[in-house]
Structure formats: C-alpha cells, structure tokens
Design a protein around this ligand. Structure first.
Ligand SMILES: [Zn+2]
Length: 166
C-alpha cells in the first residue's frame, strides 16, 4: 500500500470535516479544567463517555491508560499552562493490558510475526484496581503536581458506565 493509499479514506473525510468546520474559535485551555488519561482502545470515546465536547478537556491516551513519565510530563504542561486542575485516570474492562502478564503480550506479538520485545516494558497488570490506585498515587505524590483532584476509574465497555475506584 502506498503512503497515498494508506490515508486516502481519512483525508477524504477530512475534506468534509473542513467544509463544516466550526472549532476555529476554540482556545487551547481545557474549558472544564479537566485532563483524562485513558487507554488507546478504539472502543472508548473519551469525550462522549463524559459528556464532553472539543475544547473541554485534555485527553491523554496510551496502552492501558497508565501513568508513565510522558504522562507526567504532559500533565505538568496541562496543569500550569492549560487550565487543568482535575485529572481522571480511566482504565477499562476487558483491557488487554490488564488481562495477562508481560510474557503473554510478548508471546502474542511474536506469534503475530513481530520482533522479540523482551527489552520493552508494556506495563501489564493482573490487578487492575491496584494499578489504578498506584497510578493515582503516583500523580498525587509527584512534587510537580500538587493540590489537584485526581481520581481513578474503570469504564465498562459493556454498558458505558464509569465506576470510581479511588
Ligand atoms: Zn485497554
């Protein structure tokens, strides 16, 4: 597949988006003072699940919705420069990152024809609630991010509901 073919469908869709574009007046600040960290899972609609619209919140995503060094770096910018004063960490049911161990992920990648990934850490967990509590604690205890409201949640892919863990 050429590079042109690889993106032709979405670039075509962008033409329609641009033709109706109404977001030019939005500012970079998070209008609702909210940052949401969640998984990259394509079944999650981060704005929709929280009744948000573009401009309301900073959305951070990675595999598992885990607090990493890069998430912390991004949150510092969000808090001090972009109006964020509350942070939701939203992991989800049936997450591959919370249903096996690192070796399972490595074996699956290998079985799919991928490389040896033993040198990568995927941050898998078999104790999702424990991981959420630890991630919330990591944000709360970080000296650069003090005095914020930080909550940990699980989003249910089956019914769309969010449950608070901590
Ligand atoms: Zn996930």
């Amino acid at each position: 597949m050429s590079s042109d073919e690889a993106f032709s469908d979405v670039l075509q869709a962008n033409e329609a988006h641009a033709a109706q574009f109404k977001l030019a007046a939005l500012e970079g600040n998070a209008a609702k003072g909210l940052a949401v960290l969640t998984c990259m899972d394509s079944r999650i609609d981060p704005l929709g699940m929280l009744g948000l619209k573009p401009g309301d919140a900073k959305i951070l995503r990675n595999a598992g919705g885990r607090v990493t060094d890069d998430v912390l770096r991004t949150l510092v910018l969000a808090v001090y420069l972009l109006n964020v004063d509350r942070i939701m960490i939203v992991q989800h049911t049936r997450c591959k990152m919370a249903s096996g161990d690192e070796d399972d992920v490595r074996a699956a990648i290998s079985a799919a024809g991928g490389p040896d990934t033993r040198s990568l850490s995927f941050l898998t967990t078999q104790d999702q609630e424990g991981a959420i509590r630890a991630d919330v604690q990591r944000v709360q205890s970080w000296p650069y991010l003090q005095g914020l409201a930080v909550g940990g949640f699980i989003y249910d892919l089956g019914d769309g509901r969010i449950r608070r863990v901590c």
